[in-house]
Design a protein around this ligand. Structure first.
Ligand SMILES: Nc1ncnc2c1ncn2[C@@H]1O[C@H](COP(=O)(O)OP(=O)(O)OP(=O)(O)O)[C@@H](O)[C@H]1O
Ligand SMILES: [Mg+2]
Length: 452
């Protein structure tokens, strides 16, 4: 991960160089010898932390601080004041400084601690970025398995809306892949490099949710000892995913509507109107239309949110996807658990296809994982299938697909699909499926697909 950027502004060379030396291991340090030069640097690039002396010729520290706070993404500001001039420190804090240090004896440990704490305010952003990078390959459109026509339709809509800024509403039962699809939309958009920020509306009480979304100023309410940047601001330039939107309380619905209409809001307890460029994707497992009819959800908000609606079908309505999903999960779970389970008997596949999966893909994935973890050999048989699933499977439901794919056939199809999509690039195909290049070669040979 990139080092956070710290800018030190001080007209005294000794302080500049001393701080630079002390900080350069952990941070990318920029220096400026007066306020004007510092401002130029701030305007030219994003800086995470500004450490500035208050007394400087020309544009002084207070002036610089105010200009810095007015930037689109203001840095965290720490001011240095001469020992004994506490009034100026107070003034700086009121202007938005995060902390002050007294000169000439700057305590470097304290400084380090303050910077760490300040960056924590932003850490959510950083964490999201790195997490996103880790998951990038996983959440591309590629790894969403689905050959059923229902899912193919979903992929078509996703591809169409991704490049636009249209708000999308993803609906579907729990575990159908709503968050996965939201990620895919983000990753297929021009916003790909900007953050994808998820907020689970049901997880928080209304007041907390409000500050989570919009942020708050220091002192906005009891306990808000520090300013907090909200999720809307963190998602600037990127995508905000609002999960379980059906749980939003009426007053939050109004606030959200306003952001959607004006693309602007204020932090709790704040005066300044903040404008953001955020693409919103909402998800729900409720029937929002019904909630509108019952007066539980605002119709104006519903229409704003559902510019594009993407309904995800429950797994039991697309049983043909099950063998492919099982093959993909078998591979992933084997690898994650250091096991090598490569086969299942056809009756296992039949049972898995006949079960109704109320928890949808998530439940299927968990079941496969459980079977892999407990597996006694490389081959799973009916005995390895959890009793609930075996008992719940109604085989008459799959009379037509009874002779359907075995996991080997599914795996074969997965390989063929990947190679076709990636134009025969074996390295990429192996990566996509999650097997080593060597394993892929072996499988190609075994399935007689070498000419692909
Ligand atoms: N088509 C798919 N291909 C591969 N994996 C999938 C697919 N659909 C869902 N999954 C996996 O199933 C799990 C559940 O998906 P996700 O979290 O996106 O569901 P959800 O609809 O958001 O569920 P909930 O409503 O409970 O939040 C995840 O591990 C996800 O990776
Ligand atoms: Mg979800």
């Amino acid at each position: 991960m990139n080092k956070p950027i710290v800018l030190v502004a001080d007209d005294e060379r000794g302080t500049r160089e001393g701080l630079e030396r002390a900080l350069q291991d952990r941070y990318a340090v920029l220096v400026a010898e007066d306020g004007q030069k510092a401002l130029q640097l701030l305007e030219g690039r994003h800086v995470d932390v500004l450490i500035t002396d208050l007394k400087m010729p020309g544009l002084d520290g207070m002036g610089l601080l105010k200009r810095a706070m007015a930037l689109q993404k203001p840095p965290v500001c720490i001011v240095m004041t001469a020992y004994g001039s506490i009034e100026s420190a107070v003034e700086a804090m009121q202007a938005g400084a995060y902390h002050y240090l007294t000169k000439p004896n700057i305590n470097l440990d304290e400084l380090e601690l303050v910077i760490q704490r300040a960056l924590n305010t932003r850490q959510i952003e950083v964490e999201n970025v790195s997490l996103r990078e880790q998951l990038d390959h996983k959440f591309g459109m590629e790894t969403i398995v689905g050959k059923s026509s229902a899912m193919q339709q979903v992929f078509d809509i996703v591809q169409q809306v991704a490049p636009t800024r249209a708000t999308a509403l993803i609906t579907g039962e729990t575990g159908t892949g709503k968050e996965l699809i939201a990620h895919a939309i983000h990753n297929l958009s021009l916003r790909k490099k900007a953050p994808f920020i998820a907020v689970h509306a049901a997880a928080l009480p209304s007041t907390l949710l409000e500050s989570e979304l919009f942020g708050h100023e220091k002192g906005a309410f009891t306990g808000s000892v520090e300013r907090r940047i909200g999720r809307f601001e963190l998602a600037d330039g990127g995508t905000l995913f609002l999960d379980e939107i059906g749980e939003l309380e009426p007053q939050m619905q109004v606030k959200l509507l306003r952001v959607l209409e004006e693309r602007a809001f204020e932090r709790l307890g704040g005066q300044k109107t903040i404008e953001v460029d955020v693409r919103l994707i909402a998800a729900t497992n409720k029937d929002l239309r019904k909630q509108v009819a019952e007066g539980k959800f605002r119709d104006d908000l519903f229409y704003r949110l559902s510019v594009v609606t993407i309904p995800l079908p429950p797994l039991r309505e697309r049983r043909d996807d099950i063998p492919l999903l099982v093959a993909a999960f078998l591979r992933q779970c084997s690898e994650e658990n250091g096991k090598s389970v490569t086969e299942l008997t056809p009756d296992v596949i039949n049972v898995l296809m006949a079960y109704d999966w109320p928890g949808n893909v998530r439940e299927l994935r968990n079941t496969v994982e459980q079977m892999v973890v407990l597996a006694r050999s490389e081959k799973l048989t009916l005995r390895d299938v959890p009793a609930v699933i075996r008992g719940g499977a109604d085989l008459t439901k799959i009379a037509v697909v009874r002779t359907g794919m075995t996991v080997e056939e599914a795996e074969k199809e997965l390989i063929v699909q990947a190679l076709k999509e990636l134009k025969g690039n074996r390295t990429k195909a192996a990566e996509k499926i999650g097997m080593s290049r060597r394993t892929l070669h072996r499988k190609l040979k075994r399935y007689g697909l070498e000419e692909l």
